[in-house]
Design a protein around this ligand. Structure first.
Ligand code: NAP
Length: 292
């Protein structure tokens, strides 16, 4: 068997087209142009590239971007003040704090300075709680993108055994919550998991979210499984040994062109949602459906 690819670039471009239509409808009906504020601290080249890519995609579909660039010596308190000001601004609909931030900054405290109704990147505790409990909230973009990608290919989630490898607050943890709400049986694996090959080998759906090149060996993959590789390592290498995994899986995401494009597309879709929501409110989202 050679797996078919879950083409994230294609699904993301459809989502961007749909978002562009919604942005145009909002503009023509109310004159409102959605605005995403991106906040970058320091001069990490990769982060600069990510912020630039996000601003370019915004421009492509009619979303205004406000780029806030702070120098590397910015303190946690200064960053919090900036995020509070953006949260209070009537001109800003969504806020993205590019991470990782420099080590001396308390990243969690900074995330929590983002008003939940503008948290279009889904990083606040309120957004996480909403994801877990099914309340209106913005979903963390990569997890939401993964669910939307599976849905676009009609992949059954309910009742299937899913192994999530990685438990970070922005990726592993929330993607497991979204899968649980869709009635998957979820196993979280992490750096202390003693039997990773066995856990992966039992999974119908494998979500790799670690950041270590080809950690997940192709020979571990159950035949006919769905493999989603969210990892991105230098040299365009994912967390899964792609060529060997492809021989055993039924579906697999490429790296690049799989999960990555979905993340930006969800960010912009949620910015459009925020711009269209009544002032101070958060709209209900589509990727994670209520349990039932
Ligand atoms: P992170 O915060 O560093 O978390 C990595 C996770 O992997 C941790 O939970 C860690 O376990 C676990 N881990 C580390 N070594 C492991 C091992 N040997 N076996 C099993 N688990 C192990 O990383 P992240 O921010 O979640 O990002 C993960 C990857 O996704 C990175 O490659 C990143 O570039 C990529 N990413 C991609 C997108 C996208 O748009 N495509 C977006 C975000 C992230 P512990 O908790 O025990 O330490």
């Amino acid at each position: 068997m050679s797996a078919s690819e879950l083409n994230g670039a294609l699904v993301a471009s459809k989502l961007l087209t749909d978002t562009a239509h919604r942005v145009e409808l909002l503009r023509s009906s109310s004159g409102k142009v959605p605005c995403l504020a991106t906040v970058l601290v320091g001069d990490d080249p990769a982060s600069q590239t990510y912020v630039r890519m996000k601003a370019n995609r915004c421009a492509d579909i009619g979303i205004r971007s406000l780029r806030v660039e702070l120098d590397a010596a910015t303190t946690t308190d200064q960053l919090i003040d900036e995020l509070h000001a953006l949260s209070d601004s009537d001109d800003v609909d969504g806020i993205l704090l590019q991470h990782p931030v420099p080590r001396h900054i308390d990243e969690r405290a900074a995330f929590e300075a983002i008003a939940p109704h503008k948290d279009v990147d889904g990083v606040t505790a309120a957004s996480f709680a909403g994801t877990a409990l099914g309340f209106p909230s913005y979903e963390s973009c990569t997890p939401s993108g993964i669910l939307r990608l599976l849905d676009a290919y009609g992949i059954t989630i309910a009742g299937r055994h899913t192994a999530v490898i990685g438990r970070s607050p922005i990726l592993g943890l929330p993607v497991g919550m979204l899968l649980l709400r869709r009635n998957a049986t979820v196993t979280y694996c992490h750096s202390r998991t003693a039997d990773l090959p066995d856990q992966v080998g039992r999974a119908d759906i494998v979500i790799a979210a670690v950041g270590q090149p080809e950690l997940i060996r192709g020979s571990w993959i159950k035949r006919g499984a769905v493999v989603v590789d969210a990892g991105y390592n230098s040299g365009n290498v994912g967390d899964v040994e792609y060529s060997a995994a492809r021989e055993r899986a039924q579906w697999i995401t490429p790296v690049p062109g799989g999960v990555g494009p979905m993340t930006i597309a969800v960010l912009l879709a949620q910015t459009a949602d925020a711009a269209g929501a009544p002032a101070g409110e958060t709209v209900r989202l589509v990727a994670g459906q209520p349990v039932g």
